[in-house]
Design a binder for this molecule. Structure first.
Ligand SMILES: O=P(O)(O)OC[C@H]1O[C@H](OP(=O)(O)OP(=O)(O)O)[C@H](O)[C@@H]1O
Ligand SMILES: NC(=O)CC[C@H](N)C(=O)O
Ligand SMILES: [Mg+2]
Length: 513
């Protein structure tokens, strides 16, 4: 349990709204699943008392960044639990684009769904497919669940679910499994270490980013392949050691072509992670260099005195950019270390307030200077608009702005919560119009080809990327305009706010009983 808790704190940047852990404790005659989850950051959700209850020899955990359903309902925190046809717990990173159809399918099977979460639908789809597998062996319900049943159920689940997903599941009396969507849009990897328990053997970890396995003392083995399922089976008391291990099966496609989400490299992942054979840090250095070249091409005669990153994520690319341009790199914005990431916060008012609380200027780095502010991306423009104004208040002469990612003009539907194009500052605007909104002297964005090249430079085997939010082209090729309009209607900032407020007002109404 401590390892899962520690791993979640290292992955906190991937989701700040809810967290949860489920562990499984096997004794000679029974297996107990222990669960705790709640709203908030990992450190707030787990008290010492709660941690003590999470005994076990294997388990899963999750930090939630909502892309479907409600944010402030604890029921939607993960892992999700289901008890039929056996004890199952699931944690999912990603977003299912056919959530509504899956919900209808599941309800049609007389299974109850308690939330609007796509992850709950996914768990029920799998549970039903596993039930069918177990039934197909002639009603011997008491017999052991074999890996072949699990692989067959995951295969059917992959055939039914659309979108981007990386999933871990705990299966009662079996172990922990992990699987990844057939495109490999969302990341997940496996690591191993020599077990620190008295029984010995090998421990396995599945995690979205290699940084979690590094910090827990695991060696990263490899990425889970697109369309692959891996199953880690723990040792039971009095069981022969051979039963322990890692089994994998390629279920959909050949697993050789991965189409990774570009936004992981731009913003989402930690720089010290390695994903699909690419060091995120090195790819960001490349992004900075390519952006520097574009600035020198497009504004060759501009006098720029200083390059200032917008902490945290843009630091790496800003450093490489400043070096390439031969301009001093200065930390003109100081970040409050107790405020999390603002982009992944669910509401615009919260994001706006937190940018100001999070960042403040060092006046000496701005006064009378032409400053080039560098961010990894400009999404809604919340950060950039405020920081340009702060730079001017701190006495900057000219303020230029550049983004290590191209213009974000299209919704993301594979696990980054950008459902509504009209909320994006680059939507339907030219660079000059964006500069007018940000109130900067000019703004410049990375070219998409250069961004792809920056990642490919580190792993030339990566041919294609999931970059729909920049290009508007969706790799799964299975969503239509109706999907986008209902998504925008359901998940625009105003709709989300209204929904969350209605949950809160129900909660704060005194009981009439
Ligand atoms: O245009 P916007 O809608 O403001 O979104 C873009 C900003 O949000 C992110 O920062 P965030 O504060 O989330 O995290 P960071 O500290 O890792 O940079 C990103 O790095 C940009 O700074
Ligand atoms: N990455 C995530 O945490 C999102 C998982 C899932 N789509 C949800 O909204 O709960
Ligand atoms: Mg940022």
């Amino acid at each position: 349990r401590q390892a899962i808790f520690d791993g979640l704190t290292v992955l906190q940047h991937r989701g700040q709204d809810a967290a949860g852990i489920v562990t499984s404790r096997t004794t000679e005659d029974s297996t107990q699943l222990n669960q705790h989850k709640g709203l908030g950051m990992v450190r707030d959700v787990f008290t010492q008392g709660e941690m003590l209850k999470l005994e076990g020899n294997c388990g899963i955990g999750h930090c939630r960044y909502p892309t479907a359903g409600r944010t402030s309902s604890p029921e939607e925190a993960q892992p999700m639990y289901n008890n039929y046809p056996c004890g199952l717990a699931l944690a999912h990173n990603g977003n299912l684009t056919n959530k509504n159809q899956l919900q209808d399918h599941v309800r049609g099977l007389h299974r109850h769904l308690n939330t609007q979460s796509d992850s709950e639908a996914l768990l029920n789809v799998f549970a039903e497919e596993l039930r069918l597998q177990l039934d197909s062996r002639g009603g011997q319900r008491t017999a052991k669940i074999e890996p072949e049943h699990i692989f067959a159920a995951v295969k059917r689940t992959m055939e039914l679910c659309r979108g981007g997903y990386a999933v871990v599941m705990l299966i009662h009396d079996v172990g922990v499994l992990a699987f990844r969507d057939p495109w490999g849009i969302r990341p997940i990897m496996v690591g191993s270490r020599k077990s620190q328990t008295l029984e010995g053997g090998i421990d396995y970890v599945f995690s979205s980013e290699s940084v979690a396995s590094d910090t827990l003392g695991f060696d990263m083995l490899r990425d889970v392949r697109p369309g692959e399922c891996m199953l880690a089976v723990p040792m039971k008391p009095n069981q022969p050691r051979e039963d322990l291990g890692l089994i994998s099966k390629q279920l959909v496609g050949d697993g050789n072509t991965v189409v990774p989400c570009l936004f992981e490299y731009v913003y989402f992942a930690r720089p010290d992670s390695i994903m699909n054979g690419v060091s995120v840090y090195e790819s960001r250095l490349q992004m900075g260099e390519k952006l520097a070249d574009k600035i020198m091409r497009e504004h060759p005669n501009e006098k720029i005195d200083v390059v200032i990153p917008i902490p945290d994520t843009s630091r790496t690319s800003a450093l490489a950019l400043a070096h390439r341009m031969g301009i001093p790199y200065r930390e003109g914005f100081i970040k409050n270390r107790y405020i999390g990431r603002t982009f992944i916060m669910p509401e615009q008012s919260q994001r706006k307030k937190n940018v100001r609380l999070k960042l403040n200027t060092v006046r000496a780095e701005f006064e009378g200077l032409n400053v080039l502010l560098v961010d990894d991306s400009i999404v809604r423009g919340t950060t950039s608009t405020q920081l340009v104004s702060m730079a001017r208040d701190a006495g900057a002469n000219k303020v230029f702005f550049c983004s290590a990612a191209p213009e974000i003009r299209h919704p993301n539907i594979y696990g980054i919560d950008l459902p509504t194009a009209s909320e994006l500052v680059a939507f339907d605007r030219t660079s000059d119009e964006i500069a007018e909104v940000l109130k900067c002297d000019w703004v410049l964005f990375q070219d998409l080809d250069d961004l792809e090249e920056a990642v490919r430079a580190i792993n030339p085997e990566l041919k294609t990327f999931e970059g729909s939010t920049f290009s508007g082209s969706y790799v799964t090729n299975d969503v239509d305009v109706n999907y986008f309009s209902s998504l925008a209607e359901e998940r625009n900032d105003f709709a989300k706010l209204t929904r969350e407020q209605s949950v809160q007002s129900v909660r704060s109404t005194p009981s009439q009983v």
